[in-house]
Design a protein around this ligand. Sequence first.
Ligand SMILES: Cc1cc2nc3c(=O)[nH]c(=O)nc-3n(C[C@H](O)[C@H](O)[C@H](O)COP(=O)(O)O)c2cc1C
Ligand code: SF4
Ligand code: SF4
Length: 292
Amino acid sequence: MDVIKTADIIYFSGTGGTAKVALALEKELIKNNITVNTYELKGEFKEEIQGDLLIILFPVYAANAPKSIDEWVKAAAFGKGKKSAVISVSGGGEMIFNTACRLSTIKSLAKNGYDVFYEEMFVMPTNCLMANSDELNAMLLNVLPQKAHKAVRQIITGNLHTKKPLIIDRLITKVMLIEKYASKLFGKHLTANDDCNGCSLCADNCPRNNIIMKNQKPVFNGSCVICLKCIYSCPQKAIMSKYIKSFIIKEGFNINAIEEKAKSIKNYQPAKEAAKGFLYKGVRKYLEIEGY
Ligand SMILES: Cc1cc2nc3c(=O)[nH]c(=O)nc-3n(C[C@H](O)[C@H](O)[C@H](O)COP(=O)(O)O)c2cc1C
Ligand code: SF4
Ligand code: SF4
């Protein structure tokens, strides 16, 4: 592969985990004398990308990419064979159900003239259902620079690093497209209770422009992607969801607070203890491979 001199990272992030991966990759690329432009997909996005390498980065949503990523890759200017990497970030890691999550993005990019030669999964503290232990979150944040270093080394070599997902995973990915419809419903049925002080933080920060302020109260519309940002970052904890309440971590989710807490955790159990059980299989593997 020709030497990479410039790279564009296009990413979507709801609650900040993927943003931290973007930063870690950016740092590694810069260390390798590559000029990087990093763009977050938020609301209207019209930047033209011009680097030698395109990195698409997103959180896994129901075994797929978020709608903002689908929209961007479908509308992107013709790739003319531009080298591209697709990197997903999940709570569960590379395991059944998640392993086909990059497929539709890769397909759309290839259809649009991009040469996707690299795909990878990163794992970050999960932002839904059940919080990880503080120790496991600390391990995931601690291993991030090492993972970013490895990914950038692999990308620079230009060797093919893609894989064929299992048929079952392809089916799961298709079935889970239902989430795209469910998210519309979810978004329309979010409400703010009387604790809302009208600060408009939720409306200003929604990456889908799904919230408008009316009479000092947020009104939620139909372009939600269930990123959970508004719910977790409301200073008054005023935003409630009518549906799939159990999906939201009761204690809340704040990646910066998790990172702060992680700094005080210096000793870890082996990954096989800290990430026990079938549901953590992908997380365990992700850590064990790095010596945890
Ligand atoms: C709507 C939604 C669906 C999710 N689906 C999955 C999933 O299918 N598999 C998984 O491992 N993690 C899933 N997660 C967890 C996120 O992928 C994970 O926490 C990620 O780090 C969030 O990134 P962010 O902080 O940049 O938004 C989901 C999270 C949300 C909000
Ligand atoms: S962030 Fe919370 S308090 Fe502020 S306007 Fe939105 S719902 Fe109300
Ligand atoms: S309404 Fe809330 S959950 Fe939906 S996209 Fe906007 S910030 Fe995310």
